[in-house]
Unconditional design. Sequence first.
Length: 432
Amino acid sequence: MSSDTSDQSTVDNPEPVPDTTESALATARHQLERAASLLDIDPNVVERFRYPDVVHEVTIPIERDDGGVEVFRGYRAQHDSVRGPYKGGIRFHPHVSREECIGLSMWMTWKCAVMDIPFGGAKGGVVVDPKDLSDGERERLTRRFTDEIRNVIGPTTDIPAPDMGTDAETMSWMMDAYSMQEAETIPGVVTGKPPVIGGSEGRAGAPGRSVAIIAREVAEYYDSPLAESTVAVQGFGSVGANAARLLDDWGATVVAVSDVTGAAYDPDGLDTRAVPSHEEQPEAVARSADRTIGNDELLALDVDLLVPAAVGNAITEANAADVRADVIVEGANGPVTFAAGEILAERGVPVIPDILANAGGVTVSYFEWLQDINRRAWSEERVNEELETEMLAAWDAVRTEFERGDASWRDAAYAVALGRLAEAHEARGLWP
Ligand code: GLU
């Protein structure tokens, strides 16, 4: 499920087909309303958070390899920029829609605020299955899409990054297409590029690393250190494979990992490096395994930590009652629907939210942007150290909020994010 050429949650490649009964926008709005009802935040500011600042919709004609012209639809939703330039990924996926981009852009606003990095929230995408395109067609699509949104992106206005179905190569084409039109090389216009053109060391592994760091802290918090914990990971792409392998290195027993073909399962613990990630060999998890189970069974395993790191809406009201894990750590964006979240809360299963757990991606994007504007590269060691520091600071802020009352982990993360955002809106005021 995760294409690891794809970034995070990006985690991911286009499959499996998610449950679409609750749109990302519906989930995001429900979560916002719930958190706002528990918090002392100016309702006028909350009202503004319900809507994106603007959604750009573009038409992208490209020449197919057979000489015919095909027209695709693309979006860039810009939700809020009170704390800094809009920031967020670009998806190439058949389920991309205006609504999905808006919902995902809201999550980016909260994610950057939870991490206390000076960016706002955006998300974009093209309605396309990249598997249907040749390399040349993907390149032409990326370049033309970049040109169509050229006036609304830029290193100080809106900075795209990889997401589902896009990767470092896509970001190279975006950076090049933008730079050629501006007549100067502008690496800071996108993040998630290859290091040779201003990308950051450690960026590709960052979302999975942050999931592993947060999982480690959560395990300690619930008195079940990693060495005594079992873990199941849905999705073995950028997020899932990096998280599973780090947790394995740090002593956890990873009993199951999956991709769209099914899950490799070993109750005594898998050798996570022997299972090919999506990047190493797409859709090869089940083929490489001695013992397999289905994705449904993986989600219902009796483990200490369950990490859904594949697609949105993996855990819905249809299967939330089957979850037997002690704790869920969200690797993908929006893997637990609002309705499923209510069922899990009633059952006492803590859900550590995406806007904290997978925020390592955008955090290292911020490091990449700093490196680009300073024209100075950091070592991978420095990136990982600074990521660890930022993740622990965000974890401390969210944990402190969680311990104040009986709100969920998601509510606590929203409290941190909305508090910072509301303060910024109040300080700047409403224009004109
Ligand atoms: N697509 C990633 C996310 O959902 C990263 C976004 C970024 O780095 O801007 O968090």
